[in-house]
Design a protein around this ligand. Structure first.
Ligand code: NAD
Length: 459
């Protein structure tokens, strides 16, 4: 028995195979339609993001809607050029052939997103998928339903369902249902490491390529020579934006012993300056997504000494920006991704001390370094393997579409944003074109006696 959902996916496949999504004109039209629809629904998106995560309009624009507009603008501006086959050099043996790389759409792709930036983490990959000429199934998180509903409303109003479909519901049910009965051509997944592994396993059964944008524990190193005021200010913003529920937020700090006290004082100052003495009433401070996450985070509070913050309130899902020390590397707080407004602080005196802490959770999604020394910068950049990062900043690398965004090892596979999204959602199709006017007999058998010649030619 074929379920309605399976039948629908088969229809999407036929739609893709009709070739209608392939032309430049079609893709541009759809990107522009999406941009217009988002602009028309901007108020509804703000309301949804407030409902799900208590995001202010300004934060919603800076970290979600604005990023989607920026991604759309880049794709609309550059799509023609991205779609051009790329001419590359031809090796000596193949002269006078010419060589080109075409970019083929993939087919029907599945995009799965988490709840923490529920708008942009679903729509930014969608932009790459549309630009790549694909049909798309969008699976938003079931924990940010207000945003998922607005997205579904926008998508169904502007796109036929055989082109782009939103499938809502419990991921553990609907995703296996789709993946077991249908062969997607690519899975683009953003979420936790354990679920990422499940997705990867299901994809492997059908040899489906994946992009996995996962989480992890992103360290932030503050060297002795850093500008501590700037470091404190940028760490506080990068950590407590969206109440720490940011995949690339600094997860913990490793500060040079001599600067620990100063850094703490400065961070306390900026926490109060940004979110007032009472963050629960701050316009700029959101809420924890749900009670399950709230309980996990409150449990972490007892796994160290609280230096600042720690107040919380279940009814409003509020947890104060919190700094902790004396945290054991074997505690859950340091074994799991925190994904909330708790910031453990460790100290180091030698680089080896700091490295030993980082190596407990190797290959982080992000890495942040504060230093004024080029030597130290080179040391850290060449020593630690990480997805992406910043020097003297936190989080902002995510917003530059010229930088590929993705993880390494445990923090993910593949990358996207800007041109890299187009690359992710297309396949390289290399082609060698050979003229008829030159056809040396040396290339054809019998080959006997040509070994020396071949050795000379094939280098
Ligand atoms: P999650 O893994 O619980 O859920 C992500 C998606 O997977 C949701 O759409 C959900 O419906 C689906 N899902 C859940 N269980 C499933 C199952 N058993 N089978 C199939 N699908 C299932 O993640 P989350 O809690 O929504 O998000 C938090 C995590 O996402 C954190 O680890 C964070 O670091 C990570 N994250 C990563 C990035 C990135 O860009 N690398 C961005 C944001 C969040």
């Amino acid at each position: 028995m074929v379920s309605p959902l399976q039948q629908h996916l088969e229809n999407m496949k036929l739609h893709f195979e009709s070739g209608i999504t392939h032309s430049h004109q079609f893709r541009i039209q759809k990107l522009k339609a999406l941009k217009k629809a988002i602009a028309e629904n901007e108020e509804a998106i703000y309301t949804a993001l407030y409902t799900d995560l208590k995001k202010s309009k300004e934060e919603a624009y800076a970290t979600e809607i604005g990023l989607v507009f920026a991604e759309l603008n880049v794709a609309i501006k550059n799509l023609k050029q991205w779609m051009q086959p790329e001419s590359v050099a031809t090796d000596f043996v193949n002269i006078p052939s010419t060589s080109k790389i075409y970019r083929d759409p993939l087919g029907v792709v599945l995009i799965i997103s988490p709840w923490n930036y529920p708008f942009q983490l679903l729509l930014n990959p969608l932009i790459g998928a549309i630009a790549g000429g694909n049909c798309v199934v969008l699976k938003p998180s079931e924990f940010a339903t207000a945003t998922a509903n607005v997205i579904e409303k926008i998508i169904t109003a502007i796109f036929p369902e055989e082109y782009i479909t939103v499938v809502q519901g419990d991921g553990a049910t609907v995703i296996p249902e789709m993946m077991h009965h249908f062969r997607f051509n690519h899975i683009f997944y953003t979420g936790s490491i354990p679920v990422g592994k499940l997705i990867y396993k299901m994809a492997a059964e059908k040899l489906i390529p994946v992009t996995l944008e996962l989480g992890g524990k992103s360290p932030c190193i503050v060297e002795e020579d850093a500008n501590i005021t700037i470091a404190a200010k940028r760490i506080v913003l990068g950590k407590f934006v969206n109440v720490g529920q940011t995949c690339i937020a600094p997860d913990y700090i490793v500060v040079h012993q001599s600067k620990k006290q100063l850094l703490i004082e400065k961070m306390q100052y900026f926490i109060k300056k940004f979110y007032t003495e009472n963050a629960s009433e701050s316009y700029d401070y959101g809420k924890i997504i749900n009670e399950k996450r709230f309980n996990t985070l409150v449990n972490y509070l007892s796994q160290g000494t609280i230096i600042h913050g720690g107040r919380h309130q279940k009814e409003t899902l509020f947890i104060e920006p919190t700094l902790l020390e004396n945290v054991s590397l074997d505690s859950n707080l340091m074994k799991e991704e925190i994904f909330g407004p708790l910031l453990p602080i460790f100290t180091f005196t030698t680089a080896d001390d700091a490295l030993a802490i980082i190596e407990h959770n190797s290959h982080p999604l992000a890495f942040y370094l504060f230093t004024n020394s080029r030597v130290k910068e080179n040391f850290w950049m060449n020593t630690v393997s990480f997805g992406g990062g910043c020097i003297n900043n936190t989080d902002w690398h995510f917003t530059n579409h010229n930088l590929p965004f993705g993880g390494v090892g445990n923090s993910g596979i593949g990358a996207y944003h800007g041109k890299y999204s187009f690359n992710t959602f297309t396949r390289l199709k290399p082609v060698l074109k050979t003229p008829n006017w030159f056809d040396p007999f040396l290339k054809y058998p019998p080959f006997k006696g040509r070994l020396g010649l071949f050795k000379w030619m094939i280098r």
